[in-house]
Write a protein that binds this ligand. Structure first.
Ligand code: NAD
Length: 249
C-alpha cells in the first residue's frame, strides 16, 4: 500500500517501535496521523515532532487499548473527527515475565492488550472497510508468536494468538480488499526491552536469552515495515533469521 495521503492510526505510538513507525510513515506524507497511547504526553511529543510532514491532522489520543470499548471508541473518534482510516496499526503491547504460575489477573491483562485489542479494533474497522472496499490492518505480534519467548508464557501465548488472528482476518477478507500484515520482530532496542537505568542510559535486561539475541534498533524495524507494507507482505520479519527458526521448528 501507498502511505501518501492516507489516514493512519498507530496504537502504542508514544514509544519504541510505534514511535519509530510514526516517524517513518510521516516521511511518506500521509494526510492524517493519529498516535494513540496511554502515555498522552509521549504521543504528543512524537506528533509535535512529525506534524510538519503530515498534510492534515497529526494528533495524539489517550487510551488504554486493553479496556473493552476503547478501540471501538478510537475508531469512531478518528472516523468522525479526523478522516476515514486507511491503515490501523495495532502495536501497543506488554510483557509479563511470568510462567504458568502467573495469576489470572496477569493473564487477563496481557490477553486484553496483546490479543483482544486487535480483535476489538478489527470488529470496528472491518464493517467500514468492507463497505468502502478496502483498508489495511498491521498488527505488531512478535517472533515469540511464531517461536516462543523463554521466560514469558503469557507473552508467547498472546502473541501466537495475535498471529493467528491476523492470519484469520487476512484469509477471510483478503479477497474483499482488506490487507493485513503481521510484524514479528525479535529483540528491538526499546524501553520495553531495555528500560532506562538510573543514570538515563539504556541497559539490556539481564536474561541471557535476551542478551543472546540480535537486538536491532526501532528505526530498522520501521524501515522493514515500510518495505513490507509497500509489498503488501503478510509476514514482516525485521530479523530475517526468524523465518529459518520458524521453519526449523
Ligand atoms: P515500548 O514500551 O517502547 O512501547 C510500547 C508503547 O505501548 C508505549 O508507549 C506504551 O505506553 C504503550 N502501551 C502499552 N500498553 C498500552 C495500553 N494498554 N494502552 C495504550 N498504550 C499502551 O515497547 P515496544 O518494544 O516498542 O513494543 C511495541 C510492540 O512491539 C509491542 O506489541 C511488543 O510486544 C512488540 N515487540 C517488541 C519487541 C522488542 O524487543 N522491543 C520484540 C517483538 C515485539
Amino acid at each position: 500500500m501507498e502511505l501518501k495521503d492516507t489516514t493512519i492510526v498507530i496504537t502504542g505510538g508514544a514509544s519504541g517501535i510505534g514511535a519509530a513507525m510514526a516517524r517513518r510513515f510521516a516521511a511518506e506524507g500521509p494526510a492524517n496521523l493519529v498516535l494513540a497511547d496511554r502515555d498522552i504526553d509521549g504521543a504528543r511529543t512524537v506528533t509535535d515532532e512529525v506534524a510538519l510532514q503530515v498534510s492534515g491532522q497529526c494528533v495524539p489520543r489517550q487510551l488504554d487499548v486493553g479496556r473493552e470499548g476503547a478501540n471501538e471508541a478510537l475508531v469512531g473518534d478518528v472516523e468522525g473527527n479526523v478522516g476515514p482510516i486507511d491503515l490501523f496499526v495495532a502495536n501497543a503491547g506488554i510483557a509479563t515475565g511470568t510462567s504458568e504460575q502467573g495469576d489470572d489477573v496477569t493473564w487477563d491483562l496481557i490477553w486484553d492488550i496483546n490479543t483482544m485489542a486487535h480483535v476489538r479494533a478489527a470488529r470496528a474497522l472491518v464493517p467500514l472497510w468492507l463497505e468502502r472496499g478496502g483498508g489495511y490492518l498491521l498488527t505488531t505480534a512478535s517472533a515469540a508468536g511464531l517461536l516462543t519467548n523463554l521466560g514469558d508464557a503469557p507473552y508467547s501465548v498472546t502473541k501466537a494468538a495475535s498471529v493467528a488472528f491476523a492470519e484469520w482476518i487476512s484469509i477471510t477478507y483478503g479477497d474483499r480488499g482488506i490487507g493485513v500484515s503481521c510484524l514479528c520482530p525479535q529483540g528491538v532496542r526499546t524501553p520495553r526491552l531495555c528500560p532506562p537505568d538510573e543514570d538515563g542510559s539504556t541497559a539490556v535486561l539481564a536474561a541471557d536469552v535476551v542478551r543472546s539475541m540480535n537486538i536491532i534498533e526501532p528505526e530498522v524495524v520501521a524501515d522493514a515495515v515500510a518495505e513490507g507494507l509497500a509489498d503488501e507482505r503478510f509476514l514482516i520479519l525485521p530479523h530475517p533469521e526468524v523465518a529459518r527458526y520458524a521453519a526449523n521448528k
